[in-house]
Design a protein around this ligand. Structure first.
Ligand code: ZN
Length: 173
């Protein structure tokens, strides 16, 4: 959505496909849904975007939107990622993840953040609750600093929950 594409997209898709043994399709870019824009906050309302993505996604199990737009939610004035369990829909502000990059390979820091946020979004869409382990990808990091501290993987407890959940979820054929 908007200008959220990059050379990292292909790597991300193949890594996720391998991780979840899933078929991943890249949708055509879509414009921002203007009714979701709040001029006072100068941000988009994440929940409306999630509904919009689900509406246009068609017949897929899960939809994850990537956008360069800044987002807010009912809970926070600025959010990196918002998910909806029942709609199986999520949106991630890729632009936010580019803030405060560091090191010799900042593009790798960005990629790792994005990968972690997507894992967390998919985890939530599969029914995983937030995790209290600050190293686990399901930890609800409130800052990029906390995101950077997390490992790009599920802790053993979440991994176990995930396996149990996946077995009980109905997927499209
Ligand atoms: Zn965990």
């Amino acid at each position: 959505m908007g200008k959220a594409s990059g050379p990292w997209l292909e790597k991300l898709m193949s890594q996720l496909a391998e991780m979840f043994m899933a078929q991943i399709e890249l949708a055509k870019p879509v414009p921002y849904p203007l009714p979701a824009f709040n001029p006072r906050r100068r941000r988009f309302f994440a929940h409306l975007i999630i509904d919009y993505l689900r509406e246009i996604a068609g017949n897929v199990d899960f939809v994850v939107g990537l956008t360069d737009a800044e987002l807010y939610s009912v809970h926070a004035n600025s959010v990196i990622c918002e998910t909806h369990l029942q709609a199986r829909s999520a949106v991630i502000s890729v632009g936010c993840l580019k803030n405060f990059l560091f090191g010799e390979r900042p593009e790798e820091v960005f990629y790792e953040r994005l990968y972690k946020e997507i894992l967390r979004a998919i985890g939530h869409m599969l029914g995983l609750p937030p995790c209290r382990n600050p190293r686990c990808v399901m930890y609800p990091s409130l800052s990029l600093y906390e995101t950077d501290l997390k490992a790009p993987s599920f802790c053993p407890e979440c991994e176990m929950k995930l396996k149990l959940r996946v077995g009980s979820i109905k997927f499209l054929e």
